[in-house]
Design a protein around this ligand. Structure first.
Ligand code: IPE
Ligand code: MG
Length: 232
């Protein structure tokens, strides 16, 4: 969800105004996902690197998150949205964590859209945490080193039980992954838009999905050339 700061700067406003508008955007984008049949939406809301921002911006983001969690449970229940998180959420401020746990519990029964907030999320940290967990199981003799497969690793990531993303949407024109889901994005289609996150709405989501629909996904495989196949 990139570009909040630039969106605010274009208007001569403080960065937090951009974050506020970015938070407003989540509801229409969730509803558009449901209308389009998307079952999993994962939003990169706060990275492990974002703590480096000025203290007032970090506390502003945390307050915004706390308010979002308090205000949006009704919307989530109305739309069948189940909330979950990925990241080292235990390090979030106490009041945010409390709201988060409550919102997760209050929406656990929903099944139309799984909305995952990446909070204090870092892709490399996620892999580190998975390796630690697997190493513990190896040390306890529950897994043999040669028994570790790609599925073992997927199953120990924060995203265990979630499918790998089909589509990554990157707003504000940045051409990098920024430590987001490095393991899971291996075969994900990328859609980069110049639109800043606060301006990203249902129309932009539909455009991204239409772009995704034009992709020929081979997952490293190949299909026979039609002419050769016809004459074989
Ligand atoms: C939002 O956009 C990302 C969050 C951490 C919430 P930015 O704050 O990175 O916006 P830009 O990149 O300065 O425009
Ligand atoms: Mg940014």
């Amino acid at each position: 969800m990139d570009g909040n700061g630039r969106w605010a700067r274009e208007r001569g406003w403080p960065r937090l105004k951009g974050h506020e508008q970015g938070a407003v955007n989540v509801e229409p984008v969730c509803e558009a996902c449901i209308a389009e049949g998307v079952e999993y939406l994962t939003l990169y809301a706060f990275s492990t690197e974002n703590w480096k921002r000025p203290a007032h911006e970090v506390s502003g983001l945390m307050l915004l998150l706390e308010r979002f969690l308090a205000d949006k449970v009704a919307m989530m229940n109305r739309n069948g949205v189940r909330l979950r998180t990925i990241g080292r959420t235990a390090d979030l401020p106490g009041p945010v964590l409390k709201r988060l746990e409550r919102a997760i519990a209050d929406t656990a029964h929903n099944g139309r859209l799984t909305l995952t907030l990446a909070l204090n999320y870092g892709g490399r940290d996620e892999i580190v945490d998975a390796i630690r967990a697997i190493a513990r199981e190896v040390a306890e003799g529950r897994i043999m080193p040669d028994g570790i497969t790609s599925e073992t690793i997927s199953g120990h990531l924060y995203t265990a039980n979630m499918p790998d993303p089909d589509l990554l949407i990157r707003t504000s024109g940045e051409m990098r992954l920024s430590n987001f889901l490095p393991w899971q994005l291996t075969y994900t289609e990328l859609h980069v838009t110049q639109v800043l996150w606060p301006d990203f709405g249902p129309a932009e989501l539909r455009e991204a999905i239409a772009d995704f629909g034009t992709r020929d996904r081979r997952f490293g495989g190949a299909v026979e050339n039609p002419i050769t196949a016809a004459t074989a």
